[in-house]
Design a protein around this ligand. Structure first.
Ligand SMILES: C[S@@+](CC[C@H](N)C(=O)[O-])C[C@H]1O[C@@H](n2cnc3c(N)ncnc32)[C@H](O)[C@@H]1O
Length: 269
C-alpha cells in the first residue's frame, strides 16, 4: 500500500502544480455544489495546492473545511491561497488518506479529486473516507480516465505518450484508467449507495491548448514522471524529448482539441 510516505508519481514540479492550480470547485467538483449546506463540515483529501478546497470554503461560510495532503510543501501554497482569498473557515494539515487522524463520523462531506488513481489501494482509501463521514453525509469522488481521453487530430506522439503514461502510472502502483473503476471501487469499499455521473473537460482555445500541451511538453522531460519513466527503463531520454516535441507540435496544429472524461460518484455511508 502506498502510504503518505510514498512518492506521488508526478511530484510537485511547477509544471505539475500549474495543472492542479487551474482546477476550481466549478470546473472539478460542480456535481457536489448543489448538495452542500452553508454549514457543512467538509474534508478535501489529497487537496494539493488547494484551488478546489478554497471553493468549498466559499460554499460553506457557516461550516468548516479541512484539506489534507501527504506533501507538506504543497500545503504552504494552499495556505497562501486561503489567506489571499480571506477564507477563515479553512485549514490544511499533513495527512495520509489511508490513516486519517480524525474521529469516526467527523465530516458531512468527504471529497477526493484525482487522487485515487495514484494509490495502490483505492478501495482502502475510500473505506477510510467512509469511516470519517457522518451517516447522513456523503463521500464525493471524481477521477479522470487516461484510456478514455481523446483528441484531434490523430497524433502518433500523443498516442505514444498515452501508452507510456499508462505504463509509468501502473509501474508506480496506480490505475490511470481510474474513472471506469470508480463506482466498483466505491461499492467494494462498502458504501450503501453509489450514484454515478460523468463530466468532460475540453481544451480547445489557443490559450487552453498552450497551457495543457505546454505543461505536458515540460512535465514529460522535467517532472518526477520523467525520472520514473527513465528509471523504470520504460522510455529513454530521447523518447521523452521526442514526445515533448510532439506535444509542442499538437499545440500549434489548426483545430486541435483535447477531451478528458471524468467519472464521479456520490457515495452514501
Ligand atoms: C493529482 S494531485 C490532486 C490534487 C487536488 N485534489 C486537485 O485535484 O487539484 C494528487 C495529490 O494527492 C496527494 N497524495 C498522494 N498520495 C496521498 C496520500 N496517501 N495521502 C494524502 N495525499 C496523497 C499528492 O501529494 C497530490 O498533491
Amino acid at each position: 500500500m502506498n502510504s503518505g510516505g510514498h512518492r506521488y508519481l508526478h511530484g510537485h514540479h511547477d509544471a505539475v502544480l500549474r495543472s492542479h492550480r487551474r482546477r476550481t470547485i466549478e470546473t472539478s467538483a460542480a456535481y457536489v455544489i448543489p448538495r452542500l449546506q452553508s454549514d457543512s463540515d467538509v474534508l478535501d483529501a489529497g487537496c494539493g495546492p488547494g484551488s478546489i478546497t478554497v471553493g468549498f470554503a466559499a460554499q460553506v461560510p457557516n461550516g468548516s473545511v479541512i484539506g489534507i495532503d501527504s506533501e507538506p510543501s504543497v500545503l504552504d501554497e494552499a495556505r497562501s491561497l486561503a489567506e489571499a482569498e480571506g477564507r477563515t473557515n479553512l485549514t490544511f494539515e499533513v495527512g495520509d488518506i489511508y490513516r486519517m487522524g480524525f474521529e469516526a463520523e467527523r465530516f458531512d462531506v468527504v471529497h477526493v479529486h484525482n487522487v485515487l488513481q495514484h494509490l495502490d489501494d483505492p478501495v482502502a482509501a475510500l473505506g477510510e473516507m467512509r469511516r470519517v463521514c457522518r451517516k447522513q453525509g456523503f463521500v464525493a469522488a471524481r477521477e479522470s480516465d487516461y484510456g478514455a481521453m481523446f483528441w484531434y487530430p490523430e497524433s502518433e506522439a500523443l498516442a505514444e505518450w498515452r501508452a507510456l503514461y499508462r505504463k509509468v502510472a501502473r509501474s508506480a502502483g496506480g490505475e490511470p484508467d481510474a474513472g471506469r473503476h470508480l463506482a466498483a471501487w466505491a461499492r467494494s469499499a462498502g458504501f450503501s449507495g453509489v450514484e454515478a455521473s460523468a463530466s468532460c473537460s475540453c481544451y480547445a482555445t489557443a490559450e487552453e491548448k498552450q497551457w495543457w500541451g505546454g505543461l505536458w511538453a515540460e512535465r514529460i522531460v522535467q517532472s518526477r514522471f520523467a525520472e520514473q519513466a527513465a528509471g523504470g527503463h520504460l522510455a529513454a531520454t530521447e523518447d521523452l524529448e521526442r514526445l515533448a516535441e510532439g506535444w509542442q507540435e499538437w499545440v500549434t496544429t489548426p483545430d486541435a482539441c483535447f477531451f478528458i472524461p471524468h467519472a464521479e460518484v456520490i457515495c452514501t455511508p
